[in-house]
Design a protein. Structure first.
Lengths: 461, 184
């Protein structure tokens, strides 16, 4: 169990949890947001806006199902437009949640305790949004179950050598294990809500969800074992998911995609965009819910450092891509990278360099890492940059393929935008609901950070 | 202690002592075990790893089940890919092998994680006897503190060493805040 440790830095970033909190006060503060806090106008307004934007998804999906995928901007040679761009973008965002909940648990990073629940919720919601795209991209989403191996009258079985099928297994496993891990983490906190709730309705609902958890030491021992095992399983899982996503590209022979650097470069990009999204969401939440004594500057500082580190890995990836293109002595590869930098989509490429490589360099400054406002702006820029990255990878490789006679440009239509903005609405709607109905911070892990949780046995024994 | 076996269950589930700090609880749990009690439990608002030693808790069945689950997932995933590609729908594409081991690894891996992870969570829940719609410890009014900031130790009447008066005396010697009877 770790205690707040002072950092030896010049600028004081504070402990992982403010002094003055006790076992009871953290329970009441975090649980109180769900049980006691009145519904504010700001929350209602935010939820309504998100829910209104969510209707874009309903409209976009309905029109797509009526007319077919032709309503999108995709055609040959660019058959993978917004659907794949947004799928990769969303699934990448999800990766930060698993990194925080699983990898940082194994590394014994106690600062994760205050942000893991929220980040895991973000993972689940992002994967839900991601899942929309490939399913809609099939054009006939009602037949999406054909992707799974099941005995059928056509006597057909899926192609197990295809990265697209690997994706089906990777993403569905990722969602299932993330949901299970999240629920296991919630159990003790649901019990806390059950035991502190005042109305019959909330007692019943949280009581049913808590399944009779009674904080028994014999239970905790198995619980800790299961948590550790789940973290150990989720760690290689999260790396595998974006690796498999990168295989969708790398296993093909398209110029710019067929490179061995794709898996590590995609995983780093995923964590990069995920941490940016955690910052985008956590900075307003800690402000509006007054949680700056639990999600301290120390957390923002640490998350900004991870963002900077992954930005540098991603920068290395871009450099290597350009170098490989030049060094390959392959006409198509050389044309692809030259076209990417100077062709129709050059503006996207240079904006991506500006967003993903130049902007995060500000994070070298501790002053910026501990200024929530500036950090929030940088996180938004990174989110945009990572979206541009996927746009550049998907579109510039496809629109100039091997035969100049088949070259064509790709531009999204209004229905592409409807589905994309619709998933943003879905994501924000779920976030707004989540912060009101479930404890957004893992209460029992927060308790473990407090001085009152240290075991000091009486001497007279 | 009465020499004959109870036909009807004891009217109480146990005796519960409440402690203010985790240190007091760990010391109390250690003394309870050393006094020879077997059927007792501690209740704490967060996992206390020191209790594993104090109460001699070493249940590794969750790990064993997870390993078996993961192994089944591994074999199942590889078997599924092999059966589909080599038995159910063999397609000869340019003479490439039907059982293409490297290409089956991603799905084998994902199935390993899926079954291993599900087994870890489900075996933990089942071995903890959850869902448990009713449990006597909740009959103690102050027990809700175990989900907030208080520490409890409950010696159960099922323990062969349990004797109401003696056990109350023993619990008092541990220096608790309060001792309560736990009705069934």
């Amino acid at each position: 169990m770790s205690q707040p440790v002072e950092l030896p830095d010049k600028i004081h970033v504070g402990p992982v949890i403010d002094e003055g909190h006790s076992l009871a006060s953290v329970s009441d503060k975090v649980g109180g947001i769900v049980l006691k806090r009145k519904i504010t106008l700001g929350w209602v307004f935010g939820l309504l806006i998100s829910f209104a934007v969510l209707q874009n998804l309903a409209a976009g999906a309905t029109w797509l199902i009526i007319k077919g995928v032709g309503v999108w901007g995709i055609n040959i040679p660019v058959g993978w437009g917004f659907a794949i761009i947004n799928f990769v973008w969303w699934i990448g965002i999800g990766h930060a949640g698993t990194l925080i909940s699983a990898i940082l648990l194994l590394l014994n990073q106690s600062w994760r305790n205050a942000i893991n629940r929220f980040a895991e919720a973000m993972t689940l919601f992002a994967v839900m949004c991601a899942g929309m795209f490939p399913v809609l991209h099939t054009g006939r989403p009602w037949l999406a179950y054909w992707l799974f191996p099941y005995p059928n009258t056509m006597d057909l079985w899926p192609q197990f050598r295809s990265p697209l099928l690997w994706d089906v297994f990777a993403v569905s496993t990722y969602f299932t294990i993330s949901a299970v891990f999240w629920f296991v983490g919630l159990l003790p906190d649901l019990a806390t809500l059950r035991d502190t709730a005042k109305t019959k309705f909330t007692q019943t609902v949280y009581g049913a969800l808590a399944m009779g958890w009674r904080n028994s030491a014999r239970h905790w021992q198995r619980y800790e074992k299961a948590s550790l095992l789940l973290a150990g399983l989720a760690t290689p899982l999260v790396v595998s998911v974006h690796t498999v996503v990168s295989f969708d590209f790398a296993v093909s022979i398209i110029p710019g995609w067929h490179t061995t650097i794709f898996p590590p470069y995609f995983v780093a990009g995923a964590i990069y965009s995920g941490f940016a999204m955690v910052l985008t969401l956590m900075i307003p939440v800690r402000k509006f819910y007054g949680l700056d004594d639990i999600i301290t500057l120390r957390h923002l500082n640490n998350m900004a450092k991870v963002t900077l580190a992954t930005a540098l890995i991603v920068a290395y990836g871009y450099t290597m891509e350009a170098f490989f293109g030049y060094f390959s002595a392959d006409t198509y590869e050389q044309h692809m990278i030259w076209n990417r930098m100077t062709g129709t989509y050059a503006i996207f490429y240079w904006c991506l360099i500006l967003c993903n490589i130049i902007t995060p360099q500000f994070l070298w400054s501790k002053k910026i890492r501990t200024s929530p406002g500036i950090l929030w702006c940088i996180s938004i820029v990174v989110n945009i940059g990572m979206w541009l990255e996927r746009f550049v990878i998907v579109v510039t490789s496809l629109h100039h393929d091997f035969l100049p006679s088949s070259w064509a440009n790709y531009w999204p239509t209004i229905w592409d935008w409807a589905v994309y903005t619709g998933t943003l609405g879905l994501f924000m709607t779920l976030i707004f609901l989540f912060v009101r109905v479930l404890p957004m911070i893992t209460i029992f892990e927060l308790r473990m950070l407090l001085p009152g949780a240290r075991v000091k046995e009486p001497v007279a024994q | 202690m009465s020499g004959h076996h109870h036909k009807t269950p004891h009217p109480l589930y146990g005796l519960m002592a409440e402690f203010e700090t985790p240190g007091q609880l760990v010391a109390a749990a250690r003394r309870t075990r050393e006094a020879g009690f077997k059927k007792f439990d501690a209740y704490t608002p967060f996992p206390i790893h020191e209790l594993d030693g104090a109460m001699d808790l070493h249940d590794n069945r969750v790990s064993t089940c997870t390993f078996i689950g993961g192994l089944l997932g591994c074999i199942g995933g590889f078997g599924l890919a092999t059966w589909c590609s080599a038995v159910a729908l063999p397609l000869n594409i340019a003479g490439r092998p039907l059982i293409s081991v490297p290409m089956f690894i991603p799905i084998t891996f994902e199935c390993t994680i899926l079954l291993g992870g599900l087994t870890a969570a489900i075996s933990m829940i089942v071995m903890n006897g959850l869902p448990a719609p009713y449990h006597p410890v909740f009959n103690v009014e102050r027990f809700s503190g175990a989900a907030r900031s208080k520490f409890f130790l409950c010696i159960e009447t099922d323990d062969p060493k349990f004797d109401h008066a003696e056990t109350v005396g023993f619990l008092e010697s541990l220096g608790p805040e309060e001792i309560a009877e736990v009705p069934r």
